[in-house]
Write a protein of this length. Structure first.
Length: 184
C-alpha cells in the first residue's frame, strides 16, 4: 500500500466513523460509539502496517516531540491563568467558580497523564524485553481506566439540582442556588 492509498483509507475510515458515532449519539447508544472508535483505531493500525513506504522519519518525531512539549506548556500555563480568572470572578457569577475548578482539574489530569506516558516511554527503551513492555502497557492502561472512573465519579453531579415532579430538588449539597429556568 502506498502513502496516498493509506491517506484515502484513513479518510474513508474517519468518514464512516463520523457517521456511526453521530448515529450512536442520536440513538443514545454510547457503547456503539465506543466500539466504533476502537474498531476504527484497530483498522487504522492494521492499514498502517500495510504501507510499504516511510511514513515518518527521525525529523518528524523530533518536530512532533517539540510541538507536544510546547503545546503542553502553553496549555498548562494559559489554562491555569484562565482558571484563576474564573475562580477570582466567582462573585460576579457563581458558575464561574465551577468552570475554573473544572479547568484546573483538567489541567492537573493532563499533567498526570503526561507524567505517566513519559515514564512509560523512558522505561520502555529498545533494550527492554517485549514481555516487560506489555506489562508496562497494561499497567498504564489500568491507571488510565482508574483515572477515567475517578473523573466520572468526581463529575457525576452528586451535588446538583434535579428536576422532580416540576420542582427543583437538591441532590446532595449543591453550592449554587436552584436554577431559575422552569423545571420540566
Amino acid at each position: 500500500m502506498t502513502i496516498k492509498q493509506f491517506t484515502w483509507a484513513k479518510i474513508a475510515v474517519a468518514a464512516i466513523l463520523a457517521i456511526v458515532v453521530s448515529q450512536a449519539v442520536i440513538l443514545n447508544s454510547y457503547i456503539l460509539g465506543i466500539v466504533a472508535v476502537i474498531i476504527a483505531m484497530l483498522l487504522i493500525i492494521i492499514l498502517k502496517k500495510q504501507v510499504n513506504e516511510v511514513l515518518a522519519d527521525e525529523r518528524d518525531y523530533k518536530i512532533a516531540g517539540d510541538a507536544a512539549r510546547w503545546t503542553l506548556s502553553i496549555f498548562a500555563v494559559g489554562g491555569w491563568l484562565i482558571s484563576f480568572a474564573f475562580i477570582a470572578l466567582h462573585k460576579t457569577h457563581p458558575g464561574y467558580e465551577d468552570i475554573g475548578f473544572t479547568l484546573s482539574y483538567a489541567i492537573c489530569a493532563l499533567l498526570v497523564v503526561h507524567l505517566i506516558v513519559t515514564s512509560f516511554f523512558r522505561r520502555t527503551d529498545d533494550s527492554m524485553s517485549k514481555k516487560k513492555k506489555t506489562v508496562y502497557g497494561i499497567l498504564a492502561a489500568l491507571v488510565a481506566v482508574l483515572v477515567v472512573i475517578l473523573g466520572l465519579r468526581a463529575f457525576s453531579g452528586e451535588d446538583d439540582w434535579i428536576c422532580q415532579n416540576g420542582q427543583w430538588v437538591a441532590h446532595g449539597q449543591p453550592n449554587l442556588p436552584a436554577p431559575e429556568r422552569p423545571c420540566q
